[in-house]
Design a binder for this molecule. Structure first.
Ligand SMILES: Nc1ncnc2c1ncn2[C@@H]1O[C@H](COP(=O)(O)OP(=O)(O)OP(=O)(O)O)[C@@H](O)[C@H]1O
Ligand SMILES: Cc1ncc(COP(=O)(O)O)c(N)n1
Length: 278
């Protein structure tokens, strides 16, 4: 049989039963990039477009076993973390990243929902800050997460830029991308990059849709996929930003609340096709 070579990426994240965020979104994003997706599930959420109704954590040992099973046999060129839920899980994941020498790690520090609600406790945030984020190639906080990590209030682009620099310095992390999905007006969709050298603003058009569920997961998974493919970090971030913008343009109007972004847009016969969107 013909042995094909393919890049491999790992997502360490939670399951979203509604398929709009978490593991489900990450694997679709990897697949779109022709990267083989592997996963370590940290928790199971009962979730839909209206919100989360229940969360069950996986046992720490089960999470460690999943990571080891993937890395020790298959090997990964890049990885991302998403919802890690509690301090125990964050510490276990940080330990595995170190011991297994997982490179090209994208940390999406899922702590606060877009609506501003804190999802993990203060102890967990400390462990994220001290044990996991310093091992990342890049950390991708949203507006509220960047406020927590920097200790600064963020209301405009200038404050996003200051926060990115403060996070870079205080957390000793290689690069920071502060995401602007939670900003208002024209600032929505404007992200800020800082790597200790270049301070860059990533701008795209504002996509006018309520269906933005899973944008953060999609962006971090796309960065990981591009790193797995061998792109440098800055290129990976720029490509991922383009991808999430198009995915937003093709977001899915399903459920009664906030629908997910669409990952396989080029495969759809037509945006207006009633067969797909009715
Ligand atoms: N309406 C929009 N138009 C254009 N880009 C957007 C829009 N909303 C979010 N984005 C982009 O999506 C990416 C994810 O950012 P966001 O701030 O939404 O992350 P998040 O809060 O982690 O996401 P989530 O809503 O999935 O929790 C960023 O690149 C951001 O600029
Ligand atoms: C399982 C899971 N993981 C992550 C998020 C947040 O995701 P996002 O920031 O992309 O909305 C979520 N809602 N559910």
């Amino acid at each position: 049989m013909n042995k094909r070579s393919i890049a491999v990426a790992l997502t360490i994240a939670g399951s979203d039963s509604g398929g709009g965020a978490g593991i489900q979104t990450d694997l679709r994003t990897f697949a779109f990039h022709c990267v083989h997706g592997t996963s370590a599930i940290t928790c199971i959420t009962a979730q839909n477009t209206l919100g989360v109704t229940r969360v069950d954590a996986m046992p720490k040992e089960a999470i460690i076993a999943q990571i080891q099973a993937v890395v020790e046999d298959i090997g990964v060129q890049a990885a991302k973390t998403g919802m890690l839920l509690n301090q125990d899980i964050i510490a276990a994941v940080a330990e595995q990243v170190k011991v297994l020498q997982i490179n090209n790690l994208v940390v999406d520090p899922v702590m606060v929902s877009r609506a501003g609600a804190q999802l993990i406790d203060d102890q967990a945030i400390n462990t994220l800050r001290h044990d996991l984020i310093p091992q990342a190639a890049i950390v991708t906080p949203n507006r509220y997460e960047a406020q927590i990590l920097s200790g600064l209030e963020i209301t405009n682009l200038e404050e996003m830029q200051t926060a990115a620099q403060v996070i870079h310095q205080q957390l000793n992390v290689n690069a920071v991308l502060v995401k602007g999905g939670g900003m208002s007006g024209a600032g929505r969709g404007v992200d800020v990059w800082f790597d200790g050298d270049k301070l860059e603003v990533l701008k795209t058009e504002v996509v006018d849709t309520k269906n933005t569920h899973g944008t953060g997961c999609t962006l971090s998974a796309a960065i990981a996929a591009n790193l797995a493919l061998g792109h440098d970090l800055w290129t990976a971030v720029q490509e991922a930003k383009k991808y999430v913008t198009t995915a937003l343009q093709y977001s899915l109007d399903i459920g009664q609340g906030q629908g997910p972004v669409g990952h396989f847009f080029p495969l759809l016969p037509s945006r207006d096709s009633s067969a797909h969107f009715s």
